[in-house]
Design a protein around this ligand. Sequence first.
Ligand code: ZN
Ligand code: ZN
Length: 299
Amino acid sequence: MKNRLLHVIFVFSVIAFCAFLFASCGCSHSDKTPIVTVPPTCIDEGYTTQSCRNCEKTITYNIIPATTGTHTVRWIMTDTTWPGISTNKCINCNLAGDGEPRATQVGDRGPASGFICFISADETGFEVAGLTGVNGTFNTYFANFLEAAPSDETSTSISWGPANLSITGATMITASSSSISATDLANSFGKGRRDTRLIFNAFSSLSVTGRAAQLCANKTVVFDGVEYKDWFLPSIGELNELRNRTGLLNILASSAYYWSSTQGSANNAWDMSATGTRSNYTRSYSCRVRAVRAFGSTD
Ligand SMILES: [Zn+2]
Ligand SMILES: [Zn+2]
């Protein structure tokens, strides 16, 4: 009961305050500007304001505190034409930081707020194997960049999927853990997106859910008003590049293993540790999952 009384007094006080502001100068404030709402930024409070065109009195109300108190300035990719252009600005409010835009570098933030982890050596780029005629159809295309998602898909490690299952059409490297070759890695590069979709479709038909490839295929990120749904579980070759790039080690959890979308046998798949150890390992083992996307087509 007491709270209700306080509430009534508060509301009445606010109305009286506003009335005072608008009437104390003797002007009837009959010609007011539209109400403008300014959202808070990292360092400035937000507010709502309105002015009288006759006496120029302004009232400001509904003050909202600044969101963080500091800017978070990063190099953010703003042009995806190879070799890319990155602009130094606040990732929250877009305020410009120091430095002119420059060529995109590994470690810059990607279009979907992830991390650029691979840039092709020339504008031709690399081939991303396509998949047509089935669920999740897309055509083969050429890409110049790989972007790793900003964080892992789960806070815990999960298994790759069922054993005793060779997924038709998807890459399989049967080498032992220590003898995977540079050629094997290169051959699996560009296959992750297709293989993720093939795994997704095979698991769906078996009513298997929530596995590494499926988490990536189902992933959606909205950044700067654009929706990104083209994520996939990287192949072992793609995961290898992600891990190798300068400055990228700190985005993968140290001493953790990450799944790739590359099969090792009907019972195994390839994983890789954050320190670069690659293993052809049983699918029931639990690893972390980091989604990537391949973009920046030149055709
Ligand atoms: Zn007025
Ligand atoms: Zn900011």
